[in-house]
Design a binder for this molecule. Structure first.
Ligand code: FES
Length: 296
């Protein structure tokens, strides 16, 4: 082997402490340059604080959309070994020759078989001593809602991953997800309520608060912003007597804002339900509201 090739050969391994977004990216960069990487995190899984965020500054990008590809890449990379639920106890040595002692804490589950569904936590024999599961007949849901939900659940329960479409349909039906409905879905799908709530709170399309019959969504993306979308929002707030994010007392209108709905050529744009209204201005607001009946 030529000498320079021997000099360039990567030897040894790198240890990255902390599996947040920075740690994951560092591990990927090192692994891509040919170095074996050990990624240590004290939490049961990597992802760090970013996994708990909805949007990130300054672009308002979805935190999960930024993080998920890296999570997958780290998990699949042949040169990255993730050591989660572990602490670095001791580091000795000098640059180029470190010895690190890592203590891995027990998980009390078979990691080969665990899918992270959380059902074991719900049924933990230790916690169950003090945990009283809600009895099935204690879900307070009206007969009418039960019939509606039975129809929706029947339609989707045999599809793959039925939870999201069921919640979507329920959200479309009620314009939000009432608590008894969430409990009923969890019960019928035999899923932990915590899992159903996690999905219901993850997607912006779902709301846990009652919303109006007409949901007005104004785009505040860059194109719409520079074309005066802010003035349209102010005009709507004035006409409806509510602030952004609120619902009128008569439950007719909810006012919301988003970043780019993909019709930048028509900026400023807003949606009422699924109807798109482009080239909006504050003077067009009364006419727009007149198009959506005031009767329930
Ligand atoms: S910025 Fe408003 S539609 Fe794209």
């Amino acid at each position: 082997m030529p000498e320079n090739k021997i000099e360039n050969k990567k030897i040894g391994a790198a240890l990255v402490v902390g599996g947040g977004i920075g740690g994951m990216q560092a591990a990927l960069d090192l692994a891509e340059s040919g170095i074996k990487v050990y990624l240590v995190d004290s939490q049961p899984s990597i992802g760090g604080v970013m996994a708990q965020l909805d949007k990130t500054f300054p672009t308002n990008d979805c935190a999960m959309c930024t993080m998920a590809p890296r999570l997958v890449e780290v998990g699949r990379h042949k040169d990255i070994e993730v050591i989660s639920l572990a602490d670095v106890e001791r580091i000795e040595g000098t640059a180029g020759h470190f010895n690190v002692k890592i203590r891995k804490r027990p998980r009390f589950v078979n990691e080969e078989k665990c899918t992270g569904c959380g059902i074991c936590a719900e049924n933990c024999p230790v916690h169950r001593i003090i945990y009283v599961a809600p009895e099935k007949d204690k879900i307070e849901i009206s007969l009418k809602d039960m019939e509606i939900m039975n129809r929706i659940i029947k339609e989707y329960k045999d599809t793959e991953g039925p939870l999201v479409p069921i919640l979507q349909k329920a959200n479309d039906t009620y314009n939000y997800l009432p608590e008894p409905v969430l409990r009923y879905v969890a019960d019928k799908l035999n899923m932990p309520l915590s899992l159903v709530c996690r999905i219901a709170t993850f997607y912006n399309a779902f709301s846990l608060e009652p919303r109006g019959k007409h949901i007005i969504t104004v785009c505040l993306g860059t194109a719409c912003h520079v074309k005066g979308a802010g003035k349209v929002v102010s005009a709507l707030e004035g006409e409806l007597g509510i602030k952004n994010g609120e619902t009128t007392k008569d439950k007719l209108y909810t006012l919301e804002t988003v970043r780019c709905i993909g019709c930048c050529g028509l900026a400023p744009v807003l949606k009422v339900g699924e109807d798109i209204h482009g080239l909006m201005s504050k003077t067009k607001v009364p006419e727009l509201l007149g198009m959506y009946p005031h009767a329930q």
